[in-house]
Design a protein around this ligand. Structure first.
Ligand SMILES: *Cc1c(COP(=O)(O)O)cnc(C)c1O
Length: 581
């Protein structure tokens, strides 16, 4: 940063300034002169700062992305802007509006039931319904036509731990329905359960204990409403830490491009620049460590790895990230939202187990979704920190509110104690043996699907598995080396599976699809493989024909340089969520 010595650059202007000043009366001369001198100097310093700042930014950009990457980025950005201009041409724009409206209307007809016999309630009933009436309507709502998760047809989404557990949740809700952990004196049982959920999760992920004497006060954590909030909190804590300890005012995070979108959301919410790092096939779809290293600079507040990521179920090289984090004294967050209560049991279950938890020395925070493979009711997650000092950075405290001194650990104010009770009940009922058993079943089922895709005559020549999945997700794409007659469009396969009642996930960049195995899927794995074989047989050699839903969305979206239309469509989708008829 420029010190006072840099004021010297304003010297050439001085004679001029003196001349002007000499016209003034002697008494004011020195003051005026000093003022003009100071203003001039200030202007030059500001100019210098401006130039330095942009030179520094350009150099960092060059170092971070390389010459080729920078040029490619510039080319893409020009292309995108030109394309955006093209989209704004009146006749193009009108056409797009019409297409978007049509697509949204189709979505509405699919998602919002209408027609005779469908009543929608948009104002309060004048007279409250009878209990019976409400019960019966709730029953109907639960029975509305839907994709059958109950029959194991849905990838991820429903992390069901069985009917018995569901009964326990219902009991917990009943007992703790009114409870709110914001009042620990009123609901001491909820406070106790929350602390225990955090403690059990810390132990499972090998957080340092006070006895270790390494981290100040040992590991710490809080419960949140879900994986997204856990991630938002970890990023916020890293931002606050960097601000308070290093005065970082233009924070940046470095993400594997496959990391969950919640990190990008955190970037938008908290004003943090996000750098995406490729996860190339040549690196088995793990984050490219050398690229992460190049992007680190004095504004970096956090490194991130997934264990595993959502798209491909791949675990990043956490040890390599840890070495980088330690070398540059940076926090490292490991996203175990999906890995949750499966990844800690891989080793005991006898499966290959990657490094992922606090035993890796550079790992400073971990997000764990108890509402995924912890089988807690939805609305539960935990964010863990290596030390209590780190956790402090996510707290919100308002000492001077007229409503009283206010302190809350995370985003929410009031929180549902019932969900914490449900989570606690799940953890206690499942226990180590329960989670070990579900780990064996779920990872076993993922392995079975993987073996089929890699080995079955009917699948292996048309499909290929992405990377080396270790946990519950298996992703696959069209085999690029397939003979013409065996080539498939992966989105046709996705549509074909939808037509057979499966709800699997379509992915983009690269075009692919995945299955996140859950307990309901474990029982129907052979059916899934058989249907996949049938669909692949149908799709073979037809890779260029008319496209279905998934292909239409991702095929087109992937090729668009400007994602405005996708944003428009997605916004329309969100609007339909709040349509009553
Ligand atoms: C599910 C998931 C999250 C968080 O998602 P929520 O829907 O907010 O619970 C984060 N990371 C990964 C890898 C996930 O699969």
């Amino acid at each position: 940063m420029p010190g006072s010595s840099r004021l010297a650059i304003s010297l050439p202007n001085l004679p001029n300034l003196r001349q002007r000043s000499s016209l003034l009366r002697p008494t004011t001369l020195s003051r005026q002169q000093a003022l003009l001198y100071a203003l001039d100097a200030l202007r030059n310093v500001l100019l210098l700062l401006f130039v330095l700042r942009y030179t520094r930014k350009s150099l960092l950009q060059l170092r971070g992305h390389g010459l080729f990457g920078t040029l490619k980025g510039a080319y893409k950005s020009i292309y995108r802007n030109l394309y955006a201009l093209f989209l704004r041409l009146p006749f193009v724009n009108a056409r797009i509006r019409a297409d978007v409206s049509k697509a949204i209307l189709e979505l509405e007809t699919k998602l919002v039931p209408s027609g005779p016999g469908v009543l929608s309630y948009t104002t309060l009933p004048t007279m409250g319904w009878s209990v019976e009436q409400v019960r019966s309507e709730l029953g109907k709502l639960g029975e509305m036509k839907h994709t059958r998760w109950e029959d194991g047809r849905v990838s991820g989404a429903v992390y069901h731990g069985g009917d018995e557990l569901a009964e326990l949740h219902a009991q917990a809700f009943k007992q703790f329905g009114v409870s709110n952990p914001i009042h620990p004196d009123v609901f001491p049982g909820v406070r106790k359960m929350e602390a225990e959920v955090v403690a059990m999760t810390l132990a499972l992920f090998h957080a340092p204990t006070i006895e270790d004497g390494k981290a100040e006060g040992g590991g710490a954590g809080v419960t949140t409403s879900g994986g997204t909030e856990s991630i938002l909190m970890a990023v916020l804590a890293a931002r606050q830490k960097a601000y308070h300890e290093r005065n970082v005012r233009e924070p940046e995070i470095i993400l594997p491009e496959t990391a969950h979108t919640a990190f990008r959301k955190a970037g938008e919410y908290f004003g943090i620049q996000v750098h995406l790092v490729p996860c190339p096939a040549a690196n088995n779809y793990r984050v490219h460590i050398a690229s992460v290293r190049r992007l680190i600079n004095s504004n970096t507040i956090l490194l991130v790895g997934s264990a595993p990521n959502f798209p491909h179920g791949i675990v990043d090289d956490i040890s390599a990230l840890s070495r980088l984090a330690l070398k540059h004294k940076l926090p490292l967050h490991v996203d175990c939202c999906l890995g949750s209560f499966i990844i800690p049991f891989l080793e005991k279950a006898g499966y290959p187990a990657p490094d992922f938890d606090f035993r890796v020395p550079g790992v400073t925070s971990i997000s764990v979704d108890t509402h995924k493979y912890g089988f807690a009711p939805k609305g539960n997650s935990v964010v863990l920190y290596r030390s209590k000092a780190l956790r402090r950075y996510q707290y919100y405290v308002c000492p001077d509110w007229s409503g009283g001194v206010y302190a809350s650990p995370s985003m929410a104010g009031s929180r549902p104690g019932a969900l914490i009770a449900g989570c606690w009940a799940s953890l206690m009922r499942m226990g180590e043996d329960g989670y070990l058993d579900t780990c064996l079943k779920i990872v076993g089922a993922r392995q079975r699907i993987e073996d089929a895709i890699r080995g079955s005559e009917k699948l292996c020549r048309s499909l290929s598995v992405i990377g080396k999945p270790l946990v519950s997700v298996i992703a696959f794409q069209a085999n690029e080396n397939a003979e013409q007659a065996e080539r498939v469009d992966i989105y046709d396969v996705a549509d074909g599976m939808s037509a057979k009642g499966w709800h699997l996930n379509a992915l983009q960049d690269p075009a692919a699809m995945h299955v996140a195995v859950t307990m309901p899927i474990v029982g129907v794995v052979e059916e899934l493989i058989a249907d996949l074989e049938a669909v692949v047989a149908q799709c073979r050699g037809k890779a260029s024909e008319k496209k279905g839903d998934a292909a239409a969305l991702y095929g087109v979206a992937g090729a668009l340089p400007d994602k405005r239309i996708v944003r428009e469509l997605a916004g329309g989708f969100l609007d339909t969520l709040y349509k009553t008829w």
